[in-house]
Design a protein around this ligand. Sequence first.
Ligand code: C5P
Length: 321
Amino acid sequence: MTEAWGPGGEDDRPRRGLPGPVRVRVPAKVNLHLGVGPLREDGYHELNTVYQAISIYDELTARRGDTLTLTMEGEGAGELALDESNLAIRAARALAAYTGRPAHARLHLRKQIPLAGGLAGGSADAAAALVACDALWGTDLSRDELAVIAARLGSDVPFLVYGGTALGTGHGETISPILARPTTWHWVVAVADEGLSTPAAYAELDRLRAEYAAPPPLRNADALLAALRGRDPARLGRALGNDLQAAALALRPALATTLKAGEAAGALAGIVSGSGPTCVFLAPDAAEAERIAAELETAGVCRAARTAHGPVPGARIGAGA
Ligand code: C5P
């Protein structure tokens, strides 16, 4: 028996579920602003961040089954653990525990988001598993309820339940959507050869900051938010910022070459995405993004350069599901 910690049988919404496969598409994220405060007693850093979901996607399909299983193809196949440590499995188990039902599903992932890239690929898969299993099992939770479960799985998971552009506070798990007039921003995403560990990047930042006389205050996102409202790519480029970038560059000095190459190729600005090592560049428009991506690939300063746009919605049941 699974013990419920959520509403479980106490609510009377229909619990029919979907008979067939449920296919969910989930985006990657970038942090347009990542202000990192001091290390808290719970092992997390206080954050003030602006997330944006961008059009690089993983796809998770959930089918009915007698147990909980996970298979995968694509980016990171053969490297990513598919056992109980996988965030998609942990998400299915957390939803089952919350709703008091057995965690029975056959999950299959088609990954395009690089592993350990600072694009929240693992968190995206967790958000996708929550949305897919909720539909498969007919547990019919609201996005806000799914975000409560998501917050227990990882700092970035709630954002990927919602998507769009949003402010993240707490350790990143408290999400406030940013309502702005619709604008599409164009990005070039330079994927590195090898991933970086998120805890290692935060620990490196603490080490660098230990040399300061006093810890720097938590940087707010006011300038970034004003630039988003202004809808001017050049202004947004100037407002991009990531406190973890210094740590990522200390751990992976070659990223400085990638950042320089993107700006030399005509990007308005380049930053390390989250804890890295992926670098993202803001382009003035879609055509320029294509050209900058091609130039970065030719220069050989990254494993691959892709174009993407944002904001896009979070984990959503896709066509044909
Ligand atoms: O929340 P998540 O599991 O993705 O975090 C992974 C690790 O990254 C944490 O265990 C912690 O070391 C670090 N982290 C942090 N402060 C945050 C978010 C993550 O120190 N706000």
